[in-house]
Design a protein around this ligand. Sequence first.
Ligand SMILES: Cc1cc2nc3c(=O)[nH]c(=O)nc-3n(C[C@H](O)[C@H](O)[C@H](O)COP(=O)(O)OP(=O)(O)OC[C@H]3O[C@@H](n4cnc5c(N)ncnc54)[C@H](O)[C@@H]3O)c2cc1C
Length: 444
Amino acid sequence: MYYDVIVVGGGPGGLPTAIAAARAGMKTLVIERSSALGGLAISGLPLLGYVDRAGNHVLGGIPQEFVDRMEKVNGTLGHVRCPIHNSLTIINPNWFRVTAFEMCEEAGVDVLLYSELMDVQTEEGKITRVTAFCRGEKRSFEAKIVIDATGDACVAALAGAWYEKNEKLMPPSLTFMIGNVKIGEFLDYLEKHPESAELPDTYGMKQTKEQFFDSVAFTFTGFAELIEKARENGDYKLPRDRIIFMKMGEPGQVMVNTTRVNDVDTSDLDDVIRGEFACHKQVKELMHFFKTYAPGFEDCFLASISPCLGSRESRRIVGEKTLTGEALENCDIPPDTVVLAGYNVDVHVPGTERLSLQPVRHAIGIPYGCLVSKNVPNLMVAGRCASVASDIYGLTRIMGTCMGMGEAAGTAAAMAVEQGVMPKDVDVRKLRERIVKNGGIVKL
Ligand SMILES: Cc1cc2nc3c(=O)[nH]c(=O)nc-3n(C[C@H](O)[C@H](O)[C@H](O)COP(=O)(O)OP(=O)(O)OC[C@H]3O[C@@H](n4cnc5c(N)ncnc54)[C@H](O)[C@@H]3O)c2cc1C
């Protein structure tokens, strides 16, 4: 079967890509290995990146449309200011999932679920065919443009596209949800023990009282003193110096982002399996910790575990352009910007217990060339495997920004097909005009 645009991966990067391409009239296919659309956005993590540190709203278009639609069904608390993350967009992951199906169907995207990328055929350096293993059978498709939104750059690796991968990678984590937490009791404890929310120097910013007491949504990072106690009792062995959880929109529910397994490369199957085993063990350890040590958590229960180990970092393609840390010096927004990245440089330091957060005063621009492979002419990328150097990667890997990249990549792919050119030859000025016409934001 023939497609104008094939998107591999139906997560935050892939969904807006496919929707934008299909809305532009392209025959579009998404190949997704799991049973649902959404990738890590259906794990319960908040969407980050919509509002920058200076308070500018930096994502419109399809990323904002997701939030607007979820607002209509009480599936999100909207964008809430946060002194650490700039903004938190807490979502009910089930509504993200429903919304993703709805938007793909309305746009006319063909969605191939339960289908894992198997092979990529190339001729004269261009991808001609994509093959997937689809619930027991092999299916093959021709495509003009292929967009890698797998997170791990699986298409790029199979197609011989150049990519980079750090020797030491940020550790993956398995997130989980717990219910029946007495938030009031937790807040009482925090009122009496404000030191519990003190952050190490590597954060470069501080949590505030208002963040917890005056806000409908928050992320808490702390409990160092309780971890110390649990360690003394032999109840805490995790390589993590702080507990991180988010208060969800639903009563008594929090999402925990604290498991961590070092030295796991999520583009390696054996590593991933090892990581899954280690993190499932940590879920049990953390549940014991919460019930035994954390005020307000005594009667909590394990409500759900994210469907898969979440990857922070693996392969990144080498693009026509690469965003590097230099962009941070002046908070650059170059003229070929197609999406604004409005977060901070957030790094889970490989091989350690630590996290480091470098505040960025306002959004910077991601140039179009970061979404276009340098050596495979009809391969593009959207999401965390875009062409971004490791010194600034902690800024662009978050879901809101990945969604913005997706809308830009899908729009560009459609323009390339319409004009019969390769993605690198798309007129960036016209691309930006089209992104803005569709509600996207490319400058402050
Ligand atoms: C523990 C953790 C906490 C995080 N916290 C936050 C947070 O609070 N807020 C935030 O905004 N970001 C957060 N991030 C970052 C963010 O979640 C990811 O960087 C983002 O989801 C990347 O989007 P993506 O579409 O590139 O990849 P993914 O979300 O991983 O989606 C990739 C999709 O491709 C599919 N896929 C992969 N390989 C194949 C294949 N070979 N064949 C077919 N389909 C395939 C997957 O099933 C998946 O649906 C966190 C990440 C982790 C790991």
